[in-house]
Design a protein around this ligand. Structure first.
Ligand code: CUA
Length: 307
């Protein structure tokens, strides 16, 4: 784009100066002659720039889509921003504050939310900046390529100590990262989510075999859920979060709106642990539901137009 822009800038400004001098008015009574038009010339200088800009558009759009969609094999890390710190959780259970340890050469996907106001997760060296918004999840992803220590900033003014909401990202060789993970033994996020699931008595309604008054959560994550009143939704992190904090928002077809809200009863970190627990139910053998699927459409694969 820079080369194309330089080429046309030189061409256009060169022509402006050349013609301004060549066709300057030479005497006070000189009148311009009639204009000439050339259809072929008009077509050529319209079609060539059009083609060039379409190439740039197509190229840019493909980069944009690649940048917007995390790869399937990305490693999930959960981020909760609050005044004035970054709280990070690894799937394996490690929790960090204002520090993030990651392996290099592995795509890292961040699922982020805030407990209070808007923050922004900013790692200049990774060209990563994404707002972190209360009440919803935002995601971003990156792949670190060189081991090292990189600045982490908050890039959205969020109150008195905004400037102190900083930290470090440690990009490590995979073997060092494994060593770091093993260094602080702790239950996985899914384990903590399972304990929370018990504490909140979720299993009273959500039976694994689908016999409860509420949909089973086995096989839920990633499935397409049909909703009462028509429509369908993909069961992703945002859907599960909403279903915990604001259950009446989306009622599964065939079920009553019985579930109370857990807003205020479970923290944002608790919500992501519950999400990891629900994800882990997909992988556990021996919990497969039998007979009628309790979540309509669960496991039925994708539905066109709902991706
Ligand atoms: Cu958080 Cu600025």
């Amino acid at each position: 784009m820079l080369a194309v822009s330089i080429f046309f800038t030189v061409l256009i400004f060169g022509a402006v100066f050349y013609f301004a001098i060549k066709y300057r008015r030479r005497s006070d009574d000189e009148l311009p002659g009639g204009g000439h038009t050339g259809l072929a010339l008009e077509v050529v200088w319209s079609v060539i720039p059009f083609g060039l800009t379409m190439i740039m558009f197509g190229w840019g759009a493909s980069i944009f889509f690649k940048e917007s969609v995390p790869p399937d094999d990305a490693m999930n890390i959960y981020v909760v921003g609050k005044q004035w710190m970054w709280k990070l959780q690894h799937q394996e259970g490690q929790r960090e504050i204002n520090e993030l340890h990651i392996p290099i050469n592995r795509p890292i996907r961040l699922t982020m939310t805030s407990e209070d106001v808007i923050h922004s997760f900013y790692v200049p060296d990774f060209r990563t900046k994404q707002d972190v918004v209360p009440g919803r999840y935002t995601t971003t992803w990156f792949t670190a390529t060189k081991p090292g220590k990189y600045h982490l900033f908050c890039a959205e003014y969020c109150g008195t100590k905004h400037s102190g909401m900083i930290g470090w990202v440690y990009a490590m060789r995979p073997e060092d990262y494994q060593e770091w993970l093993a260094g602080s033994p702790t239950g996985s996020m899914a384990d903590r989510g399972a304990r929370l699931f018990d504490d909140l008595a979720c299993a009273n309604c959500h039976h694994a075999d689908g016999s409860g008054r509420c949909p089973t959560l086995v096989g839920l994550f990633g499935s397409t859920v049909r909703l009462a009143g028509g429509g369908a939704v993909k069961a992703d992190e945002a859907y599960i979060r909403e279903s915990i904090l604001n259950p009446p928002a989306k009622i599964v077809a065939g079920y009553q709106p019985l579930m109370p809200t857990f807003q205020g009863l479970v923290t944002e970190e608790g919500v992501v642990e519950l999400i990891e627990y629900i994800k882990s139910l997909n992988a556990k053998p021996g919990l497969e539901q039998t007979g009628q699927p309790a979540v309509p459409g669960a496991g039925a694969g994708s539905q066109p137009g709902n991706q």
